[in-house]
Design a binder for this molecule. Structure first.
Ligand code: LLP
Length: 390
């Protein structure tokens, strides 16, 4: 979203017009931004055989999935329902990776049945996989490298106490099961967490995987998950992609040399691809002065965007109706849900009047997909701006 001709626009369409046409609350996504991010990620790994697998838990809108597919991005799913959505968007089963956490074996069988790659995340399921398929079905193993990184404790996944993956200290048990059943392990996977800004954390976690990879002479794939940090706030430190690309590429090419063949490097970003492309448009129902503060009550709430309440996440808010106001105010922007439901506290925003449309930025990832019908309210509609049309 940029300011052009004194108004906020996406691909030259005034955002206010979109709000008027479709109503609020409304999620709006910018296809150009998503394509820009795909190219940015590819551009960081020019020497590598790279595959991007969109972690669609971040945003499963069918038009977004089709956009990813058109741009050569494959897909990572975590449930049979996401798998169905991927197939519905036109993906072949073989382009889908299933990376579940502690699911029943029939979910794994269903994904194998459509030809998806499975990331096996515990020893029990690895053994069941061996008993059921022997060496007939290629698979990957999710390792927990015991590296703690991520924006907050709720979104870390690779530290010592985390439920995800098979602890690297169980490497001998993994190899025993793999050898016993002749399991065809073609890839190793790890995902460190979300909102990771230090390139160094990715490299430390990758080193653990690269080291273990040498136990699998026929390995084809290293999947390093997602977790790249985007800027939610001005001045936020973000993952430095060129630096990360350079550091990881070097270590990855060394591993390929050691194994004596070229490997594929996979990533599964969610936020990096779609966060900045999305915004949530809401309308001010009431501007409510109180002795200590002024509340702006909007026609949305934690039922539509739970990240502020769940993770204390910062989402920048702009007054789309008042882009160049001379006066600003300091507000608590709150939702209409019947419990404490705060989008922003003490936030300076261009002066807000009843009826103004506000945009919560960076809402493309884990916005709509984590929304609910709490208070029996509807979810927002979703609009994609694609080739200059909403
Ligand atoms: N791969 C795996 C196995 C994952 O568990 C995740 C996210 C990703 C990839 C993508 O991570 P990303 O690139 O989006 O950081 N709801 C939280 C984020 C939870 C992430 C869960 N796993 C939030 O809104 O911050």
């Amino acid at each position: 979203m940029q300011i052009n001709n004194h108004q906020y626009q996406i691909q030259n369409i005034p955002v206010l017009e979109i709000a008027q046409q479709f109503g609020t609350p409304l999620y709006v996504y910018d296809a150009d931004k998503i394509v820009e991010k795909i190219n940015q990620l590819r551009g960081a790994f020019p020497q590598i055989n790279l595959k991007i697998k969109f972690a669609c838990k971040a945003l499963t809108n069918i038009s977004i999935l089709k956009l990813m597919r058109q741009n050569g991005v494959e897909i990572d799913v975590v449930s049979p329902q996401e798998l169905q959505l991927a197939l519905h968007a036109g993906y072949e089963g073989s382009q889908v990776t299933f990376t579940p956490s502690g699911v029943s074996f029939d979910e794994i069988e269903a994904a194998v049945a459509v030809g998806s790659m499975i990331n096996l995340d515990n020893l029990i399921v690895l053994e069941k996989f061996g008993q059921r398929y022997g060496g007939n079905v290629p698979c990957m193993i999710r390792i927990k490298p015991n590296v703690a990184a991520g924006g907050n404790a709720k979104i870390m996944t690779a530290h010592e106490g985390s439920k995800f993956g098979i602890d690297i200290r169980q490497r001998e048990e993994i190899l025993t099961i793999v050898n016993q059943y002749g399991i065809n392990v073609v890839g190793l996977h790890q995902h460190t967490g979300s909102d990771i800004k230090e390139a160094d954390a990715f490299v430390r976690a990758a080193d653990v995987i690269f080291d273990f990879a040498q136990s699998f002479p026929n390995l084809q794939i290293i999947d390093l998950g997602g977790g790249f940090k985007v800027a939610y706030k001005k001045g936020d430190h973000i993952t430095n992609m060129p630096e990360l690309g350079a550091q990881l590429s070097e270590a990855f090419l060394n591993l390929s040399k050691k194994l004596g063949h070229e490997l594929q490097l996979w990533f599964e970003p969610g936020k990096f691809l779609v966060s900045e492309a999305g915004l949530l448009l809401v309308q001010a129902n009431v501007v409510k002065p109180a002795p200590s503060r002024t509340f702006v009550g909007v026609n949305s709430g934690l039922n539509h965007l739970i990240r502020p309440m769940m993770y204390d996440a910062y989402h920048h808010i702009v007054n789309v109706s008042n882009p160049e106001a001379e006066k600003t105010g300091v507000y608590d922007v709150v939702g209409y849900i019947c419990e404490t439901d705060t989008f922003a506290k003490d936030r300076e925003i261009n002066e807000v009047h009843e009826g103004d449309v506000l945009a919560l930025l960076n809402a493309g990832a884990y916005g709509f997909t984590m929304s609910s019908h709490y208070n029996s309210r509807f979810r927002p509609a979703e609009v994609l701006v694609y080739q200059g049309k909403a």
